[in-house]
Design a protein around this ligand. Structure first.
Ligand code: SAH
Length: 351
């Protein structure tokens, strides 16, 4: 039986340093490897710069394999959706969302999701399994490689959002480690405030987030401040009520300009009325809140509908009156069902 190799893309720089140290290998190795694989995103092994003894160790010790891109869909607005196949055959999605010739990448953290939100495509699958750190980092690397190959003029990914499949705080360890890896200067080197973790309001995860990665942005899926409605939309509200989640988020010391983003999914005739807007305004005024209004993206079989732009504008106007900074998130990649958070591999027919 062959021993399972260490998945390279799951290792932080610090872990590589400890390994190299334990095996008495030249100290420059870990940074060279990060530069070669994470920064330059090479597939081929880093053979030239490493000492011979390190090359031998690296070849024997690490597994450099990544998930593979099963299918790519591009929409007219330059959104790109990747169907990513994992080693065990399961699939998740990652999406590149364009802005000004650059991109935000939306990553998945789990296959399926345990939160069972009533408006969410992923929720219908239940939780299949958590993604490993290498599978999360792998989504970024695959998408970046694809961009460099297909759109070399505009191949910069400047932001990372965990708004794909899964509840990132429910897979805390792997997500945290992936974030640690994204931040490393010798590799991808993204700034912490360029990463956002979106949560349905999983309070135990938020408690850990506060202690372990407070510099990373948090977004809370709010969708309603009215208990009866939020209980239906996001069932974990029954266990972790939004009042407790917001009270906790408020206690987190915010940097000079940091706000918690509250995502509010607007669903026609469910949570988009003038009364809903006032209730939200009253609830969030004087808080460190920033609201992102997301018109619901219908999908085949969904029981909810998207409100008209008029209704969205009316809702926003009321929040403006409460002086809460509010933006309307433009839906991108509609024709390929690529909206973050409404990803479901089952609908992709394949080439
Ligand atoms: N579990 C996390 C992250 C995944 S969902 C969370 O709940 O925040 C990311 C965002 O997409 C959430 O705000 C979610 O409510 C939203 N979303 C889910 N389904 C959607 C749909 N059909 N249309 C628009 N946004 C959706």
């Amino acid at each position: 039986m062959t021993a399972t190799k260490n998945p390279f893309y799951s290792n932080t720089l610090q872990e590589l340093k400890i390994l190299f140290n334990t095996h008495q290998l030249p100290k420059s190795g870990p940074e060279l490897l990060y530069n070669w694989h994470h920064k330059k995103k090479n597939i081929s092994p880093c053979l030239t710069d490493l000492a011979k003894i390190s090359i031998e160790f690296v070849n024997n010790h690490f597994d450099f394999s990544l998930p593979h891109i099963d299918f790519v869909q591009e929409s007219n607005d330059k959104t790109v959706k990747f169907l990513v196949q994992l080693k065990d055959g399961l699939k998740v999605e990652a999406v590149l969302i364009p802005f000004n010739g650059k991109y935000t990448i939306c990553l998945s953290s789990q296959v399926g999701c345990a939160m069972n939100c009533s408006f969410c495509f992923t929720g219908t699958q239940g939780l299949k399994r958590n993604l490993g750190t290498d599978e999360i980092v792998g989504q970024f690397i695959l998408a970046q490689r694809w961009l460099t190959e297909h759109r070399p003029q505009d191949d910069k990914i400047l932001n990372i959002v965990f708004m794909g499949q899964g509840e990132p705080l429910h897979n805390f360890d792997a997500v945290k480690k992936a974030c640690d890896i994204f931040l490393i200067r010798h590799g991808i080197g993204i700034a912490p405030h360029k990463i956002t973790i979106s949560t349905a309001g999983y309070l135990p995860g938020l408690e850990r987030w506060k202690g372990e990665m407070p510099n990373i942005n948090i977004a809370v899926s709010l969708h309603s401040v009215i208990k009866e409605k939020r209980d239906v939309l996001i069932p974990i509200n029954q266990r972790y009520p939004i009042e407790d989640v917001v009270a906790f988020a408020e206690k987190i010391p915010q940097g000079r300009t940091r706000f918690v983003t509250y995502e509010y999914l607007l669903i026609k005739d469910f949570n988009d009325s003038i009364d809903d807007a006032h209730a939200t305004g009253i609830f969030l005024k004087d808080k460190n809140a920033y609201i992102s209004l997301i018109p619901f993206n219908p999908f085949p079989g969904s029981k909810y509908l998207r409100p008209s732009w008029d209704e969205v504008e009316k809702f926003k106007k009321i929040l403006d009156d409460y002086q809460i900074p509010t933006i309307v998130r433009k839906t991108k990649g509609d024709e390929i069902l690529a909206a973050c958070g409404q990803l479901n591999t089952k609908l992709i027919k394949g080439p």
